[in-house]
Design a protein around this ligand. Structure first.
Ligand code: 4AD
Length: 502
């Protein structure tokens, strides 16, 4: 009987039949006359069992020696097996070795993040990374679906931009045949033009910021989706953002519950993401930062984290002793690997503990008029179990295109959306200034050369209407959904300050 080529995720359709799987060796184990290979093929993991008998004798020895990440084509009978990873198993009868790998550098034991980042091209074969990037693919699909289903027109905006869209400090300059141009920080100004042609539009692509900050929230290249709506008020835009976030969360919960659990994500926290989200103004947020809840939160953090550091110190000491003692080599290796992990956690905690008094200080002395810092956002986001819209920031700290509040000239009609549990800002948006005179005056204050923006000002000269939109950062959203401490794992090849390899 000919074997049917299939993939691990389709094994359920072939139980009792002969199939062929093509993939890579994830793990092996053998005991005398049986070899177990956990195969990964891009769609999942499957345990393959190969017994030594007349049929397999000629290649059994080679298969037993196969190392991690060797590429193979394996044939056998598919069986349902509840206890096996993925719920199926292959009783193998033939193995074709496509490429025998040797000394694959990423072994099942823990490695430091630096080590893994240098090997990102291999690292994303690992289960955890595989889950995250599949969730990313779903998030991207959910984003497109939301806007396409709601009749927004996709507008692809340019990457080479003649001028700043979000402030000059984070521009990457490129030599464009002798002229300076900049990598796009946003597609917004262009979707503003497009919404006057199509009503509801969005752009979705990579954006670039020369962020000179090495934080867990910053990439220099990230993906942003930016809807823009004609005849929309700030409230209209916020309502869309709320609906949009709920639709992404629902989709990820529906398609990736198991992966989220594998990643250690608290599912209940995600299930609680329902309308209505919290809606606060910037001034209300300033009051919270000055208040007792913020102080209490950080004081408690200090206690919990200091205790954990002490616990880790004890653990590191114990593990070091094991690594130096007279135990088997594999036990020493295991202890040494766990020390790396513990030290990494310790150094992260130490940094946080050192920063907490500073963050307390920043919150307690937060001055009305300054922008919310990362630590301020974290406090607000941790004090809420659903996302928080923060609106009406002081005009002076926000971008030139934001609509001035007609009731309070010090403010703009903007908002940030903070994801809960400390993940912080995932969306920034606003109503746009639709009056030519106000916009030009604001640009003058900002010393923006009007000549670079004449085309943009035309939008206020010919049929200008109230309009607005927002930008959602894909990687920050994924970090929140997956519960990741650092944004670097949410994108296949992260670009950060000092990091552009591989
Ligand atoms: O708040 P931002 O700068 O807003 C804009 O770019 C507007 N033009 C959007 C609009 O109204 N059309 O950025 C929007 C989002 C942030 O909330 C964040 O999620 C993400 O983009 N973001 C970053 N993500 C990763 N690394 C960075 N350096 C980021 N900067 C912004």
């Amino acid at each position: 009987m000919d074997a049917t080529p299939t993939t691990i995720n389709r094994l359920c359709d072939h139980v009792g039949k002969s199939v062929t799987l093509s993939g890579w060796v994830y793990k092996t184990r053998s005991s005398g006359k049986v070899a177990f290979i956990v195969l990964r093929d891009g769609t999942g993991l499957c345990q393959c069992v190969l017994e030594k008998n007349e049929q397999t004798e000629s290649f059994f020895g080679d298969v037993k020696k196969l190392a991690q990440e060797s590429a193979i084509v394996i044939t056998g009978e598919a069986r349902a097996e509840e206890r096996a990873v993925g719920g199926h198993e292959l009783q193998a009868t033939a193995v074709d070795i496509v490429d025998a790998a040797h000394d694959y550098p990423i072994t099942p034991k823990p490695h430091g993040t630096e080590f893994l980042m240098e090997r990102r091209h291999l690292w994303f074969r690992s289960q955890r990374q595989w889950h995250i990037l599949r969730i990313r693919a779903t998030v991207v699909d959910a984003i497109r679906r939301f806007f396409n289903d709601n009749k927004y027109v996709l507008i692809d905006t340019p990457i080479f931009a003649p001028a700043a869209g979000e402030g000059a400090q984070t521009l990457f300059e490129v030599d464009y045949f002798g002229d300076p141009v900049y990598l796009a920080q946003t597609g917004q100004l262009y979707v503003e033009a497009a919404c006057m042609a199509h009503g509801k539009v969005y752009c979705f692509g990579p954006t670039f910021r020369a962020e000179k900050s090495k934080t867990r929230r910053h990439l220099t290249e990230f993906w942003m989706v930016e809807p823009e709506i004609a005849f929309a008020s700030l409230t209209d835009v916020i309502d869309v953002a709320e609906e949009f976030i709920c639709s992404i969360v629902q989709r990820v919960l529906k398609d990736h519950r198991e992966e989220l659990i594998e990643l250690g994500r608290n599912i209940e926290e995600l299930e609680a993401i329902k309308k209505p989200f919290f809606r606060l103004t910037y001034s209300e947020v300033a009051d919270i930062l000055h208040g007792p809840k913020a102080k209490e939160l950080l004081e408690n953090d200090l206690k919990v984290k200091t205790a954990r550091i002490e616990e880790l110190d004890g653990k590191i000491e114990e593990l070091d002793a094991v690594a130096k003692s007279n135990v088997k080599q594999w036990q020493k290796d295991k202890a040494a690997a766990e020390v790396i992990e513990a030290r990494e956690e310790r150094s992260e905690l130490q940094e946080q503990v050192t920063n907490i008094p500073h963050h307390m200080d920043l919150a307690a002395n937060f001055e009305w008029g300054s922008d919310l810092g990362g630590s301020d956002e974290t406090i607000i986001s941790r004090l809420h179990d659903r996302p928080v819209f923060v609106s009406h920031y002081p005009r002076d700290v926000k971008a030139f295109y934001m609509r001035q509040d007609r009731d309070d000239a010090r403010l703009v009609e903007n908002f940030d959306l903070l994801a809960p549990q400390g993940f912080g800002e995932i969306i920034g948006g606003s109503a746009r200034e639709e009056e030519l005179d106000r916009l030009v005056a604001r640009m003058e204050e900002e010393h923006l050369p009007q000549s670079d923006y004449e085309w943009y000002l035309d939008l206020r000269r010919y049929g200008s209407v109230p309009h607005g939109g927002f930008g959602l950062g894909v990687e920050r959203t994924i970090a929140w959904l997956c519960g990741l401490k650092h944004i670097r794992e949410t994108i296949p090849f992260p670009r950060m300050m000092g990091k552009f390899y591989p």
